[in-house]
Ligand binder design. Sequence first.
Ligand code: COI
Length: 361
Amino acid sequence: MGHYAYKMVETLNFEFKPVQESRLPSVDFNNIIFGRVYSDHMFISDYKNGFWNDFRIEPYDYIPFSPGSAVLHYAQSVFEGLKAYKSPSGEILIFRPDKNFERMNLSARRLCIPEIPEEVFMGGLNELLKIDKEWVPGLPGTSLYIRPFAFALDEYIGIRPSETYKFIIFTCPVGAYYSKPVKVKIETKYTRAVEGGTGFAKAAGNYAASLYPAKLAHEKGYDQLIWTDGKEHKYIEEAGTMNVMFLIGDKLITSEVGDSILSGITRDSVLTLANEWGVDIEIRKITVDEIIDACKAGELKEAFGVGTAATVAQIDTIGYEGVDYKLSAMEDREFSRKILQTLDDIRTGKAEDKYNWVYRL
Ligand code: COI
């Protein structure tokens, strides 16, 4: 079909130890739970003496490291998430891996982790996917979730940046992240990230710190939180692990990214498409009050999270100060439906890739 521009050209010299027997025949692709099924192989590189080295692809398995490893104690660790799709003609297409590569190193710098060279990130990814391409599912709504991550290995209990690290990429065939629209609570006590902190990075510790407030919200019947700013809890920042967007009247509104808000690749893709369609877009600080006022006035037409795992996670109900505001019915959510369909068509090679987002394996 040739709608997409890029061929993944990065290659890397690596050692290959194949699995003795693929686990592929045991996978039920009609019932895959997000993050529970792992493909046959993983890519590994070790960092020591100032270099990323020892490139290899091995069977996905446990890895030995010391209980004293810095990552276990101080969370010197960053990760990425991206997806590969199968086109109708069976080609493997990877969505915007260049952006994940850039953000991986943005995160790495903030956590004092040595940056991953482009040929290691992109080359490792390309070689791994070539080997495990049969693991990319083709059913509607499925994809291969790719998880690159790097973490500190030094066996040392003092605090300082580690001198040794591992960089690993593994992959998981996945279906939907959320099985239904979510009920979220606006969080006004706990904070995900603050100015000067690590909120813009995909730092492992950010996710650990989000668990307790999310657990409290679960106990009250909510699926997730809408995070607000750490100073005044007055401005909306993110939703769960995603960026958040609102359609008020005909305006698409989302928070500007910064120190405490991750620069989402799905967020950027949605804004690019909305801009192309002539949608009125506002990227700015959003107050909790204006969202609640819009709920009360019936003007909040759509609210949804955007992220790689879920793509679009519809928000069904917003809870604030003990009141639950039920939002519009899913059938009426024309904008987010069109976004999801268009992104899906681009990612699977069914629509023209105007922005060169898609890399062909
Ligand atoms: C995403 O929303 O794409 C994420 O980062 C989710 C991931 C932590 C599973």
